[in-house]
Design a binder for this molecule. Structure first.
Ligand SMILES: Nc1nc2c(ncn2[C@@H]2O[C@H](COP(=O)(O)OP(=O)(O)OP(=O)(O)O)[C@@H](O)[C@H]2O)c(=O)[nH]1
Ligand SMILES: [Mg+2]
Length: 365
């Protein structure tokens, strides 16, 4: 197996654009033939992309995601058209966000859980949101090796975090990747994010089910409560319940259950609970899936499942409007020209702030 950087990847890109190629095997050759058909001259063949994703061709799915992750205007147009055509085939999955402090065992859990789900006949896609990746060039990339067994499965698809840009941009790309993965027939979408900064609320805003992974005795209990993360969880999993850690994990679970008793539920019609598991032995994995299935059934009956998805779409729409308008505003030549001077005048208390804003907005017209 070798890693190959595709020709359309930016020249300065790291391995995040690399696709895995199994050299010499007939199916890989067939895949390569399919992907060369994608390009007619210098432009992509949209129909081939649509068909390839729908046929669950992982090479083509990777290319489709690379396209929506690209910042070039031409790719944007094509990517949006692709999404439009695939939207009718999306939505048939459970979208699960998994967060927790570094080292809680998220990746190890996803590997074990993913393999188990595939045994149950599921198709599993793993996406990552790594808020640090713009600095560190994608630390979650290393997880491909941590999820080695899972990444070798025919029914799995693992995609590291987009490495460029601010959290907002990464979030858009992840949301669009979810749509593409669903259209490709993946019915369980797992989104890993490390519990720092704003990433938890960002992931919450794009998933149906939010799993908070904790470990016993790390002192995170209080932190989680303070930061309000426990309140947005649909399930708390105390991981590493194995060996001589079982009792402590059970005690931590009990602590969380007590705390949850006093908190508002994250999802209407659903009581958040706490469970233990070991991502090494696999103990508790089935109970976690049962809980997720129960959540899905219960909230679909209740209506909160569909209501959340609708709300997520409209909120995403509004957030994108705000982002785009702001971007356009700051990119406007006369705003760019007028801003430094007005900023200085505001800093020096020469003109009132509101007046400076009004003047800047007038520039824009
Ligand atoms: N004993 C035990 N160790 C575990 C378990 N799950 C994970 N580990 C170990 O904990 C360490 C961290 O696991 P990761 O899966 O990398 O944790 P993570 O939450 O993905 O970490 P980041 O991606 O850095 O945020 C590794 O050494 C794992 O082998 C478990 O259930 N039991
Ligand atoms: Mg990890």
């Amino acid at each position: 197996m070798l890693s190959r950087k595709p020709e359309w990847a930016p020249p300065d890109a790291g391995n995040e654009f690399a696709s895995k190629v199994v050299s010499g095997s007939p199916s890989a050759l067939a895949k390569d033939a399919a992907s060369t058909k994608l390009k007619q001259g210098r432009s992509y063949d949209l129909a081939a992309l649509v068909e390839g994703v729908k046929a669950s061709n992982r090479t083509i799915l990777s290319k489709a995601i690379t396209m929506i992750e690209s910042n070039s205007p031409k790719h944007f147009e094509l990517g949006q058209e692709l999404l439009k055509q695939l939207l009718p085939y999306s939505g048939n999955s459970i979208r699960i966000g998994i967060t927790g402090v570094p080292g809680a065992g998220k990746s190890t859990f996803i590997e074990k859980f993913g393999l188990w789900l595939i045994e149950q006949g599921k198709k599993v896609a793993v996406l990552a949101i790594d808020p640090s990746s713009s600095i560190s060039k994608g630390s979650i990339l290393g997880d491909k090796t941590r999820m080695e067994l899972l990444s070798r499965q025919h029914d799995s698809f693992i995609r590291p975090s987009p490495s460029s840009g601010v959290l907002g941009g990464v979030a858009r790309k992840t949301r669009e990747s979810i749509i593409l993965c669903e259209a490709a027939g993946y019915d369980v979408i797992l989104i890993e994010t490390v519990g720092v900064g704003q990433s938890e609320t960002t992931v919450r805003s794009m998933v149906d089910f939010f799993l908070l992974m904790q470990i016993a005795g790390a002192g995170d209990e209080l932190q989680g409560i303070k930061k309000g993360i426990i309140e947005i969880a649909d399930l708390i999993v105390v991981n590493k319940a194995d060996g001589d850690n079982i009792q402590r994990a059970d005690a931590a679970k009990q602590d969380y259950l007590n705390v949850l008793h006093y908190l508002r539920n994250s999802t209407e019609g659903w009581q958040t609970r706490a469970l233990t598991c070991s991502s090494i032995t696999g103990e508790g994995i089935k109970d976690i899936w049962d809980e997720i299935v129960n959540f899905s059934d219960t909230t679909k009956k209740h209506g909160s499942f569909a209501a959340r998805r609708t709300k997520q779409n409209t909120e995403w729409f509004e957030a994108l409007i705000n982002e785009s308008v702001l971007h356009q505003f700051y990119q406007h030549p006369s705003v760019k020209r007028g801003l430094p001077d007005l900023k200085q005048k505001v800093a020096d208390s020469i003109i009132p702030v509101a007046m400076a804003v009004k003047e800047l907005l007038a520039h824009h017209h």
